[in-house]
Design a protein around this ligand. Sequence first.
Ligand code: SF4
Ligand code: SF4
Length: 239
Amino acid sequence: MDRYIRNIYKGVYTVLVGMRITIRQFFEPNVTHQYPYEHDFEKKRNVREIPKGYRGQLYNRIEDCIGCKKCELICPVDCITITGDKLPKGEQLWDSMNVIHLKDGREIIGLIEGEDKKLNLDEEMTVTNITSRQGPQEVVDRLEQSGDESRTQTISGSEVSRVVTRNPVVFYLDQFDIDMSLCMYCGLCTEVCPTECLTMIDTLEGIEYSKFDRTDLIFNFDKQEMYGKDEAETEEAAD
Ligand code: SF4
Ligand code: SF4
């Protein structure tokens, strides 16, 4: 009889121990999310930090793309489609610019003043015409606030890791599509890009871009208006 009662006691006791954890969790906030309807939970809670250099969604800074098609050729799964025309000899869309890569991973695009554009760690470099198309955002914001028309910044050589000179653009791009539903994130296309305009986004935006329709995963980077063409002109050319 004693044993019978002891068994009942043990059974009730172990159930209560198990239920203690269940009841405690019952009052904890939810950890599940109605994905993909809820997209922003990680941003709100700052759950994760994405490691620098993570291979996320591809992004083409199209204003720097020279239409060389190296990325399209090297892609093992043919998910990049580029069509474009070479401009007549002697014509170019814009002049060469310098991409200054800072040691903290940010980059500034502008024109380094002076003839010698080699990196000298002991000297400061003056960068003019900094483009607002590319961060670092705080530099751009500061320039906007100061109303400085020349868009100039002085950067210490010790802050800089390398300087890339991008060439004048001589190609007109009609189409630059990347089908991210096919991409296998190998990164080969970014490695061969001579102007470093093709990059993989290593923030949450580069990881979380789910869509309901697969065709929405074809990202389109041609920007006709960037070339000074309006829509009517573009449609006319298509006809
Ligand atoms: S990262 Fe994607 S688009 Fe680039 S080469 Fe690899 S598969 Fe192609
Ligand atoms: S390799 Fe770079 S510059 Fe050449 S077409 Fe591709 S994105 Fe443009």
